[in-house]
Each structure stands twice: as structure tokens, then as C-alpha cells.
Write a new protein. Structure first.
Length: 118
């Protein structure tokens, strides 16, 4: 079982990035999928979640209106489109899989660094 994030990098304030999380070894179509982030010296925080059907999404207040989570179950991949990026969005971004819908994440990716700086 593996989750692999990609798409991070260095971007200027106001810019955009699209993160991907590809799953192998299990079907993420049966899991609640979420993106988390952790900035230096801070705790890991939930950024966005998407339910199995993709019809229900939730976002942290700090990213509402700027970030969009989506899933392509056929490709076994979850995405995070990040627009209007701010320096405070700088963090390592992780995807997680909650197989039973109980907010317990059994699988995690290794993380991808996002740096927003001019």
C-alpha cells in the first residue's frame, strides 16, 4: 500500500499549484481522502477532505475559496488545486486515506514541499 504525492514546489505569492496523490495497493475509491499540511514548528492541520462519491468536500477556513480538492477514482488519484497562494501556505503537504470514514487515517504519503515566496 502506498500513497505518493507530487506537484509541490516553489511559487510566488498569488500563484497556483496542483498537487496529486496517487494510490497503489488499495482502491482509494472506498476511502475518505484528505490533504493535510505541516509548517515548521506547527502541528499538522487538516486542509481539505473529500467523501467517497466526491459530492461532499470540506475545507479549513484558511483555504476556503482558494483550494479545491477532487478525486479521480478511475485513476486512483486525489488532487488539490491551490490558487491565490500565500506565504502562510508554505508547508509540507500530505495526503491521507481514511478507509472507514471514522477520521482515522490508516495510510499516509511521504509529503511534498510547497513554498510560497517572492
Amino acid at each position: 500500500v502506498q500513497l505518493v504525492e507530487s506537484g509541490g514546489g516553489l511559487v510566488q505569492p498569488g500563484g497556483s499549484l496542483r498537487l496529486s496523490c496517487a494510490a497503489s495497493g488499495f482502491a482509494l475509491s472506498r476511502s475518505v481522502m484528505s490533504w493535510f499540511r505541516q509548517a515548521p514548528g506547527k502541528e499538522r492541520e487538516l486542509v481539505a477532505s473529500i467523501r467517497i462519491t466526491g459530492a461532499i468536500t470540506n475545507y479549513a477556513d484558511s483555504v476556503k475559496g482558494r483550494f479545491t480538492i477532487s478525486r479521480d477514482n478511475a485513476k486512483n488519484t486525489v488532487f488539490l488545486q491551490m490558487n491565490s497562494l500565500k506565504p502562510e501556505d508554505t508547508a509540507v503537504y500530505y495526503c491521507g486515506a481514511d478507509r472507514w470514514g471514522n477520521a482515522v487515517y490508516e495510510y499516509w504519503g511521504q509529503g511534498t514541499q510547497v513554498t510560497v515566496s517572492s
